[in-house]
Every structure is written in structure tokens, then in C-alpha cells.
Design a protein around this ligand. Structure first.
Ligand code: PMP
Length: 382
């Protein structure tokens, strides 16, 4: 129950174990093409290009930004946690013209403030982290993105902890978005996955990229070729992982995005109800993610023993990420194939681990609250 890597379906793991076929074989070209097309569907990209590269989400952050800026371009980072800080770190190597909009901890960015900041069209690029995995805060990309439709500014969305589980569409006005294989896309870590729309492609073609491996102009030729079932080469693709991702995306398509997003919403709401009933405070102040929940430990409960006990009782959770409060909170991922059973096991483990560590809790309080939410939805969706 950590926020990635998540647990993978058996058919995804079996696909990973198949013999590695030639990356230029007809069989692999067909797998790559199908995978790229499904990536476009999941991001809801109608015109533009998808990308799938060997690397983690951090590589996706680099690819999704350095291709669209020059040295000392004017950039704004909308920072709602640890992965906003990571963008600041990344840009500090490329530009001195860096602004940061950082709402108070736990609050989402205000679309009105973003509008005020960007409407002069001065920024070359703006980044927004859809769900920051350190805080569990979900930014309202659906309201933010349309602001950029009439601007030259490129809007980049880090969807590493959202795409495949939260509502998302490039059509809202997002120019570049990406994720990594290990979270809601349901494949093991190792692939940086994303899309670029035509506005961003135009920008990219007019620039000399600041990196070699991350030069999307080179990779685009490969992806264009693959989409036409022709071999293309810049670096050897991760044949086994792409094959596994293709299977996972088939699983996602079989469930259907709308149903999948609803399932994540219900699971997240039931988990939050439990946390609330147990008297724990969440870090987000309203803008809750559906992919993970982030909450403070009660005063006096030590993180290390609590996490160890919870693991012993059946559920592995993640510690905090924000350095100043790292020891004071914990994170529970609920993305992928997570359902009511996993929520029940997790809440049960949290209750017992809290009690074991000195927190006065009546066992079953959180479970009952989660049950009520699950029951409510079940009645609405017989
Ligand atoms: N952005 C977000 C929102 C993330 O959650 C993560 C990873 N947890 C990253 C970027 C970086 O991804 P990776 O660890 O795969 O490099």
C-alpha cells in the first residue's frame, strides 16, 4: 500500500517474463505501436506524439521540460510539495529566471492566482504537479489548463501520481504531460511515459535541446516510425517492460477509464472516512488525491515502530517525504487494482498499530466508517 511501485497483476508479471524479442521485429513493432496508441488514449491526446523511454519519472520530468526551454527561459513552478521542489532543483541548472508559486502546506494552487501570474504571457513554461505524492494534494488541472489555451506559454503537468487513476485530459489545455510505469499505469518501474501536443512540438522544433538522451526530436522520429509499424532507432527500447506495460494498459482499457477513476474515488473516500473516524489529521486541506492518502500520526506515536507494526499486521505504508515533517506523517497508496479488501486490511492494520503504539482507539471505529462509504456506493451501483 505504498504510493508506487504498486502491486502488479499476474498477467503483467507474466508478460515481463517472456523471452526478449528483437526490438526491430514485426512482433515488437506491433506491441510498441499498440502501447503508444493506448498511452494517447489514457492521456486523451488527440493530436501530437506520445513517448515511452527507459527511465523513471524523474527522467520524464526532464524530458517534459528541457525540450521546451532555452537557457535562461522564464519558468514558473507551481509547487505543492516535494516534487515541486524537484522541479525547482531541475530548472536551477538551466535558468536564472525561475519563479515559484508555493501555496501553504496542504493547499492546492488557486487557478485565479495562476491566471494573474501568467496572463502577461511572460512565462515560456509553467509546471504543475497534478498530485504531489509527498502531500496528497491534488491540483485542479481541469480549471488551470484552459488558462494556457490562448497563451504561448507551455503548460507541463507532472502526472506521475495521477495518470491512469485520476480524471485527466490533454484537451483541457495541457501541452505536455507524463507519468512513470510503476504507479497507476500498473507496470513495474523503469519507463518514463508521456505525451506532447502540437503547440509543444512546434516550440520544441524551434529549439536546440539542452540535453542529449532527453532530446525528444531524436526520439520523436522513433515513435513516429513505430506508429507506422516501421523500425526506428535512437536507443534500445525496454522490450520486456513495454510488453508488460501493453498488457497492463489492456487491463486498464478492459475496466474502462471512467469506471477505474470512479473506483479510485470510492476507495479514497472510504479510506479518508476511516482516517477521520480515527481522529487523524490529513495533510491536504480539501484537495484530496484519489491515488494516495497522506495523514499525520497522532502525537506520541513514533513513525518507525508504527510502520513496522502495520507491516506485521498486513499492510506496508510509506513514511513522510517532506524533510521538515518527515517523521510526523505517513502515506498510504491506493492505486492500481486496489479494492475494498485492501482498504479493510489497511485500516485494520492502522487501528491495531495505533493502539499498539499507545494511541487510545476503539478497534473497529475506522473499519465501520470505511464500510459505511463502501455500502453507500454499493447501494447506488447495484
Ligand atoms: N513526480 C511525482 C509526482 C512522483 O510521485 C514521483 C515519484 N514518486 C516522481 C515525480 C519521480 O518519479 P521516479 O521516482 O520514478 O523518478
Amino acid at each position: 500500500m505504498i504510493p508506487g511501485p504498486i502491486e502488479y497483476e499476474n498477467n503483467v508479471l507474466s508478460a515481463l517474463a517472456q523471452p526478449t524479442i528483437s526490438h526491430t521485429s514485426k512482433e515488437f513493432l506491433s506491441i510498441f505501436k499498440q502501447t503508444l496508441e493506448k498511452v494517447m488514449t489514457i492521456f486523451d491526446l488527440r493530436e501530437g506524439l506520445p513517448f515511452i523511454l527507459s527511465g523513471s519519472g524523474t527522467l520524464a520530468m526532464e524530458i517534459g521540460t528541457v525540450n521546451f526551454i532555452k537557457r535562461d527561459s522564464k519558468v514558473l513552478v507551481v509547487n505543492t510539495g516535494y516534487f515541486g521542489d524537484r522541479f525547482v532543483d531541475l530548472f536551477s541548472r538551466f535558468t536564472k529566471n525561475l519563479d515559484v508559486y508555493k501555496p501553504p502546506l496542504g493547499e492546492a494552487a488557486d487557478p485565479k492566482i495562476i491566471k494573474e501570474k501568467v496572463s502577461g504571457n511572460e512565462y515560456d513554461l509553467v509546471t504543475v504537479t497534478h498530485v504531489d505524492t509527498s502531500t496528497g494534494v491534488r491540483n485542479d488541472v481541469k480549471s488551470i489548463a484552459p488558462i494556457f489555451k490562448d497563451l504561448d506559454t507551455i503548460l507541463v503537468v507532472d502526472g506521475v501520481c495521477s495518470i491512469g487513476a485520476e480524471e485527466f485530459s490533454m484537451e483541457w489545455g495541457v501541452d505536455v504531460a507524463f507519468t512513470a510505469s510503476q504507479k497507476a499505469l500498473g507496470a513495474p518501474p523503469g519507463l518514463a511515459v508521456g505525451v506532447v501536443n502540437q503547440k509543444a512540438m512546434k516550440r520544441m522544433e524551434s529549439l536546440q535541446p539542452l540535453s542529449f538522451f532527453s532530446d525528444l526530436r531524436k526520439w520523436n522520429n522513433v515513435f513516429k516510425a513505430m506508429l507506422e509499424l516501421k523500425p526506428g532507432y535512437f536507443g534500445t527500447p525496454n522490450v520486456n517492460l513495454i510488453t508488460a506495460l501493453n498488457v497492463s494498459l489492456n487491463n486498464i482499457m478492459a475496466e474502462g477509464m471512467e469506471k477505474r477513476i470512479k473506483r479510485h474515488e470510492i476507495i479514497a473516500e472510504s479510506f479518508r472516512a476511516a482516517i477521520n473516524a480515527l481522529g487523524l489529521e490529513m495533510i491536504p486541506k480539501g484537495a484530496y488525491a484519489n491515488t494516495l492518502s497522506v495523514q499525520y500520526l497522532p502525537d506520541g506515536v513514533k513513525q518507525g515502530p508504527f510502520l513496522d507494526d502495520a507491516a506485521r499486521y498486513g499492510a506496508v505504508f510509506a513514511s513522510g517525504l517532506i524533510p521538515e515533517i518527515r517523521e510526523k506523517y505517513f502515506r498510504v497508496g491506493h492505486m492500481g487494482s486496489v479494492g475494498p479488501s485492501e482498504i479493510m486490511i489497511s485500516v485494520g492494520a492502522i487501528e491495531r498499530a495505533l493502539k499498539k503504539n499507545g494511541y487510545n482507539v476503539k478497534l473497529g471505529t475506522g473499519l465501520a466508517a470505511a464500510q459505511e462509504i463502501l455500502f453507500k456506493y454499493d447501494q447506488g451501483n447495484p
